[in-house]
Design a protein around this ligand. Structure first.
Ligand SMILES: Nc1ncnc2c1ncn2[C@@H]1O[C@H](COP(=O)(O)OP(=O)(O)OP(=O)(O)O)[C@@H](O)[C@H]1O
Length: 253
């Protein structure tokens, strides 16, 4: 996808990131379309989390450029990147445990109604939007429960709902199914495919190949801080270099 295409949302151009003498990202270039689901995979230590941290402004790149909808965000602070329309979940849940599920969602809806106004085409109140999100994520059943009291899998679901409530253009999900049961993981795959993918672009870092192959339009394989391969699920599954990087294990079934 070229940088000038109207449908390109995120552009990452020759991004490098070093910690001291250790170059963790060694010139990563990719771009993500406005309604694309992208999975970023790679062996342990490949640089996936560092890549997400650079894209979301936690780390500034040592060199290279990241742009969102044509705006250079390479050196922008994380909170201003959220305002530009990028929202992220973390490997460790970042919810308010003493608030209820509904209250957690309302906090995000209120924030979105302030800073995402320009992107909102509907005149919906935070309360209405909260109810819509509770329903969308099958959380109405837990609306009045304290987050600290609900299961880990349900907490992951609340985190997704909170992130979606920020009304992002691009949602970044770091290991979204970690700690989920097989049934919850299947629900997550369906949620992405039936509900979320129509509302925003999604980039997920995920080790579970069932999730990757079941949701991604395009897969970027990182190895040693560089893009080893990029393409659709079939081409990645059959790529000899990718199989070698994983020693076959991740693609065994
Ligand atoms: N803040 C940091 N300071 C120094 N080195 C770091 C830092 N963050 C990451 N690294 C190093 O960068 C390399 C890539 O780490 P990263 O966490 O990005 O990989 P990953 O692909 O997400 O791995 P995993 O799949 O295990 O989560 C590792 O060697 C790690 O030790």
């Amino acid at each position: 996808m070229s940088d000038t295409s109207a449908s390109v949302l995120l552009t990452v151009r020759d991004v490098r990131k070093s910690f001291g003498n250790h170059e963790v990202l060694r010139g990563v270039t990719t771009s993500i379309g406005a309604n694309e689901v992208r999975a970023v995979i790679g062996p342990n230590g490949a640089g996936k989390t560092t890549f997400i941290n650079v894209v979301t402004g936690i780390y500034a790149p040592t060199s290279g450029r990241v742009s969102l909808a044509g705006r250079d965000i390479s050196r922008a602070a994380p909170h201003s990147i959220v305002r530009e329309g990028m929202a992220r979940t973390y490997q460790i849940a970042s919810l308010y445990p003493s608030l209820t599920v509904a209250e957690n969602i309302v906090v995000a809806c209120r924030a979105a109604s302030k800073f995402s106004k320009a992107r909102m085409t509907d005149a919906i109140s935070p309360r209405e939007y909260r109810d819509r999100m509770l329903e969308l994520f099958n959380l109405t059943r837990l609306a009045g429960r304290q987050v600290a009291e609900i299961s880990h899998g349900d907490q992951r679901l609340v985190e997704l709902a909170v992130t979606a409530s920020l009304r992002p253009r691009l949602m970044l999900l770091d290991e979204p199914t970690a700690g989920m049961s097989p049934a919850e993981t299947q629900q997550f795959i369906e949620l992405i495919n039936t509900r979320l993918r129509s509302s925003c672009a999604i980039m997920l870092v995920e080790h579970d190949m069932k999730v990757v192959m079941g949701t991604a339009d395009t897969i970027t394989v990182l190895a040693n801080g560089a893009v080893l391969a990029e393409g659709g699920p079939d081409s990645i599954r059959n790529n000899a270099k990718v199989q070698e990087a994983y020693l076959g294990s991740a693609f065994a079934h």
